[in-house]
Ligand binder design. Structure first.
Ligand code: AP5
Ligand code: MG
Length: 214
């Protein structure tokens, strides 16, 4: 099962993708997580990506596409995967489709999690992320047992640099201009599924499971 998560920044793509990956036993591939891991490790890719990410801009396609196409060719992807944050532009989607069609494969579902812009800024300012294990929380919706400390590994949680309100607004603009056209793209391919992302997380997940099948 090959799944793409679509939706604005903060719509809940990562939250849902992690659960889908666990339930269906397929890898969760988040380009945002890959870039952040590279930024943390100080790699060349991380240094290049940081300038874009911290300003709320997209990392150029040439740094992104090959990375994902190589990743989905790995052995653990044989039974499918859930892509979170990729594709984010029409050229990215076209490159992915081309690479898949060479192997006689295609995307099965593009799940669009819909959340109005007004709710997004709110969510992002409350998100806290673990820089060590990647877990994410929300100060109201998913509080930790001890404030500011990761339940899973005990590290100190951080507010992502790109979750500052002014950067979130830029990310939303970029989303509307560059990523939203993918909704029509996948609708034309007849794989688009739309989910109301304003429901609580469990309901969103249950809706997705109904679409994917148990
Ligand atoms: P990325 O990490 O992908 O960021 P994003 O798309 O902006 O999305 P987020 O991770 O911020 O949000 P999310 O939808 O995963 O929401 P979450 O589940 O965390 O990318 C970061 C940057 O990397 C980009 O800006 C870009 O620069 C670059 N990049 C990445 N991929 C790229 C690509 N393909 N091409 C070019 N550049 C690329 O939820 C958000 C918060 O809300 C959490 O606190 C969560 O707990 C809470 N929440 C979730 N669901 C609910 C709910 N139902 N109700 C209430 N609260 C909820
Ligand atoms: Mg995410």
């Amino acid at each position: 099962m090959k799944i793409i998560m679509l939706g604005a920044p903060g719509a809940g793509k990562g939250t849902q993708a992690k659960q889908i990956a666990d339930k269906y036993n397929i890898p969760h591939i988040s380009t945002g997580d890959i870039f952040r891991a590279n930024m943390k490790a100080g790699t060349e890719l991380g240094k290049k990506a940081k300038g874009y990410i911290d300003h709320g801009l997209l990392v150029p396609d040439e740094l992104t596409v090959d990375l994902v196409i190589d990743r989905v060719a790995e052995n653990d992807c044989l039974n499918g995967y859930v892509l979170d944050g990729f594709p984010r532009t029409i050229p990215q989607a076209e490159c992915l489709d081309q690479a898949l069609s060479l192997k006689g494969e295609k995307i099965d579902y593009a799940i669009n999690i819909e959340v109005p812009d007004e709710d997004i800024v709110n969510r992002m300012s409350g998100r806290r992320a673990c820089p060590s294990c990647g877990a994410t929380y929300h100060i109201v919706h998913i509080p930790t047992k001890v404030e500011g400390v990761c339940n899973r590994c005990g590290s100190k949680l951080v507010l992502r640099d790109d979750d500052k309100p002014e950067t979130v607004k830029r990310r939303l603009d970029v989303y509307h201009k560059q990523t939203k056209p993918l909704i029509d793209y996948y609708e034309n391919k007849k794989v688009l599924m739309v989910v109301d992302g304003t429901q609580d997380m469990e309901r969103v997940f249950n809706t997705i499971v109904k679409i994917l099948g148990a």
